[in-house]
Design a protein around this ligand. Structure first.
Ligand SMILES: [Zn+2]
Length: 153
């Protein structure tokens, strides 16, 4: 979890079951994103799902960040804890889809936040590392219902 994940490079057939597994784990946890290191695979693969739209990114790179926004985050790898995390409001991410085709994703709002959270996982960075106001770190069980509804990533 704290290591820098390795680039996938050429897409081989072994990537397909990994992506399927990651999507299944994310959905089972009612999460909105997942990075391969979270399922014990040290490769640069992330998945994200917002409003029924599934995004699969292999070797993702954030090539542009604009603005800043504070938002609530949780993490499937740190269950029960949420906090306010500053992130860029808009990002442009380049990578490959599961077929190896180059893609450019322009994201704002929740999707932009998830992508930054997942790319951080690939670099061994956890969302708590990004928290500036430590007093915002809280137990989901002890917080309001709205906070508890924050989907993990
Ligand atoms: Zn996470």
């Amino acid at each position: 979890m704290r290591r820098r994940a390795r680039a996938v490079g050429r897409i081989t057939p072994q990537i397909q079951p990994l992506v399927d597994d990651m999507v299944a784990v994310m959905r089972q946890a009612n999460g909105v994103g997942l990075a391969a290191p979270q399922v014990g695979v040290n490769k640069r693969v992330i998945v994200a799902q917002v409003e029924d739209r599934l995004h699969v990114l292999i070797d993702p790179e954030i090539v542009r960040r604009d603005g800043e926004e504070l938002g609530t985050e949780g993490c499937l790898s740190i269950p029960g804890i949420i906090a306010e995390v500053p992130r860029a409001a808009r990002v442009v991410v380049k990578g490959k889809n599961r077929k190896g085709k180059g893609i450019t994703l322009r994201a704002t709002g929740l999707l932009a936040r998830i992508l930054q959270h997942e790319v951080d996982h690939l670099d061994g960075i956890l969302f708590l590392d990004r928290v500036q106001d430590k007093s915002t770190i809280r137990d989901v069980a002890a917080s309001s219902e709205t906070d508890a509804a924050v989907p993990p990533a």
